[in-house]
Write a new protein. Structure first.
Length: 256
């Protein structure tokens, strides 16, 4: 009987492993292994946001350029710097090139540090050019502000919470500035969960899901940037810490 039971259990365990793996399929991956950004995936957003959104909606002083980044040894480096009196950085998006609806998205990244620094990994609804923000919805998978060390912000912006940012969580993670960490969101038709290194930090799961509360029933696209200062980053910028680098190892999107 012992040998029979072992024989029966083995295929059951194997079946469970196969079933678990089958639930998650890699939809898209960016490992930054080339010598330059893949233009099939990425767009640059350039300038200071003017005339339509001066200061990028948050009174940010930086100008986004194509020259404040580089790919090296399989990493993307976004550099925040000050040249003469102008703050510079880079912002890239996958708008109209890679958009997805529901799944788990993660990025492995190392944060820049210092007062005024504001790196982010986030998403916007694909209809934002038509309906505007915040009706399009925004999912902030990672926000960090250097004036609040050891803190990670996860937020959802919707028409219902416009101007209040009520759907948000600030989590204390000691020494989050040291080394690389994996920042992730699991997005389903029912809820959005946020994780750092596999630890659940925040869940957004409203009972009511109309367009003002839950605009998350459409494709979204990815955004990477490192801002500085502004209403959220803080206007007390420590210029002595510049330049700083936001380093991204990879981004993966899985179907769940």
């Amino acid at each position: 009987m012992k040998y029979i039971m072992r024989f029966v259990r083995f295929p059951l365990i194997l079946l469970l492993i196969i079933s678990c793996n089958a639930q998650e399929v890699l939809l898209w991956e960016e490992d930054f292994s080339g010598t330059g950004l893949n233009k099939e995936y990425w767009n640059f957003e350039l300038g200071d946001g003017c005339p339509d959104l001066c200061g990028w909606g948050n009174n940010e002083p930086q100008v986004y350029t194509k020259s404040n980044h580089r790919l090296e040894n399989g990493y993307l480096y976004i550099t925040v710097d000050k040249k003469d009196s102008v703050y510079t950085s880079t912002k890239i998006t996958t708008e109209k090139k890679f958009e997805f609806q529901y799944g788990r998205v993660e990025a492995r990244a190392k944060l820049p540090i210092g007062k005024g620094i504001w790196p982010a990994f986030w998403m916007l609804g694909s209809n934002h050019r038509e309906v505007g923000w915040p009706l399009c919805g925004e999912i902030d998978i990672l926000e960090y502000v250097g004036r609040e060390p050891d803190m990670i912000f996860n937020s959802l912006h919707t028409a219902d919470s416009h101007g209040k940012t009520v759907n948000t969580k600030k989590s204390t993670i000691e020494n989050i500035e040291e080394g690389f960490h994996v920042y992730a969101a699991n997005w389903t038709p029912d809820k959005i969960e946020f994780f750092v290194d596999g630890v659940l930090l925040y869940t957004f799961q409203p009972d009511k899901k109309d367009e003002k509360i839950w605009p998350f029933d459409q494709p979204f696209y990815l955004i990477l940037n490192a801002a500085i200062g502004g209403d959220f980053g803080g206007h007390d910028i420590d210029n002595d810490i510049l330049p700083q680098e936001f380093v991204i190892d990879y981004i993966k999107v899985f179907k769940n």
